[in-house]
Design a protein around this ligand. Structure first.
Ligand code: PEP
Length: 252
C-alpha cells in the first residue's frame, strides 16, 4: 500500500528558535496522539535542519530541506549540497517548487541534476509540479504537467523513480486561499498516476505517493484526502501553525 504523507513547507519563515518550538509542538502531539499511518515531514530552512533533527523523534517526524544544490560540492558560494543535507539527518528534499522555478529560474535541466544528487545521497525527493492559472483556464494542465514530468523524473530508472514522492501544486492555489476543487485535484492526480502507469507500469504507479498542495487547510483536508488518488498534502501556510498542521495530519 502506498504511503500517506503530510509534509509541511515552512518556506522562508521562522527564526531558529521559533522553528524548533514549532517542530517540538508537532513532535510532542504526534508522540501523544499518534499520526495513524501518516508519514509526517517537516520542510524546514537549511539553517534549522540540525536543531530540528535533534529535537524530534526522527522515527516519527521526517525532516526535509526545501532545496539542494545542482552540484555535488565545490566552488559554489552559498549553495548547500545534497550530501550536506543528508549529513544533518534530514531524509527528504523538496525539489521543483514553483517558487524556485519562477523566482530562481530552476529549469528542467537543473532539476534533473538536483533529483539525481538527492537520490545518490539517499534523500527522498518531494518533486513538485503544477500549472499556472492561464494554463488551467485553457484546460491544458494535463499536457503541462506531463511535460514537466517527462523532462525530469520520467528520465529516471524505474528503481529510482520508485523512490520519488510527487506533489501536484497548481500555482494558482499556492498561498492564495483558493484551493483546487476536490474534483480538479483528484482528476489531475489520477491523470498523473495514469501517465506513470504508461511509463513505468501499474505496479509502480499504484505504489507512488502523489500529494496535493495549494491552500490545503484543516477545513478542506479531509475531503481532499478522501479521494482515491490523493495520498496526502504538501502544506505551506497551514504548516506554520502547529494546531492547523496537526489537524491536517488527523484529517485522515
Ligand atoms: C506550498 O507552498 O507548497 C503550498 C502548498 O503553500 P500553501 O499551502 O500556503 O498554499
Amino acid at each position: 500500500m502506498r504511503k500517506k504523507i503530510v509534509a509541511g513547507n515552512w518556506k522562508c519563515n521562522t527564526s531558529l528558535q521559533e522553528g524548533v518550538e514549532l517542530a517540538k509542538a508537532v513532535n510532542n502531539a504526534v508522540a501523544e496522539k499518534g499520526a495513524k499511518d501518516v508519514t509526517v515531514v517537516l520542510g524546514v530552512p537549511f539553517t534549522h535542519i540540525t536543531k530540528v533533527v535533534e529535537n524530534v523523534d526522527t522515527d516519527r517526524i521526517n525532516v526535509s530541506s526545501q532545496n539542494c544544490a545542482a552540484e555535488a560540492k565545490g566552488a559554489f558560494t552559498g549553495e548547500v549540497a545534497a550530501s550536506m543535507v543528508k549529513s544533518t539527518g534530514a531524509s527528504h528534499v523538496i525539489l521543483g517548487h514553483s517558487e524556485r522555478r519562477d523566482y530562481y529560474n530552476e529549469t528542467s535541466e537543473i532539476l534533473n541534476k538536483k533529483v539525481a544528487l538527492a537520490l545518490e545521497n539517499g534523500l527522498t525527493p518531494i518533486y513538485c509540479c503544477g500549472e499556472a492559472l492561464e494554463i488551467r483556464e485553457a484546460n491544458k494542465q494535463n499536457e503541462f504537467v506531463k511535460q514537466q514530468l517527462e523532462e525530469t523524473i520520467f528520465n529516471l530508472s524505474a528503481e529510482d523513480f520508485s523512490k520519488i514522492v510527487i506533489a501536484y501544486e497548481p500555482i494558482w492555489a499556492i498561498g492564495t486561499g483558493v484551493t483546487a476543487s476536490t474534483e480538479q485535484a483528484q482528476d489531475t492526480l489520477a491523470y498523473i498516476r495514469s501517465i506513470i502507469a504508461e511509463k513505468f507500469g501499474n505496479e509502480i504507479a499504484e505504489a507512488t505517493s502523489i500529494l496535493y498542495g495549494g491552500s490545503c487547510n484543516p477545513k478542506n483536508a479531509s475531503e481532499l484526502f478522501s479521494q482515491k488518488d490523493i495520498d496526502g498534502g504538501l502544506i505551506g501556510g497551514a504548516s506554520l501553525k502547529a494546531d492547523d498542521f496537526l489537524a491536517i495530519i488527523n484529517a485522515y
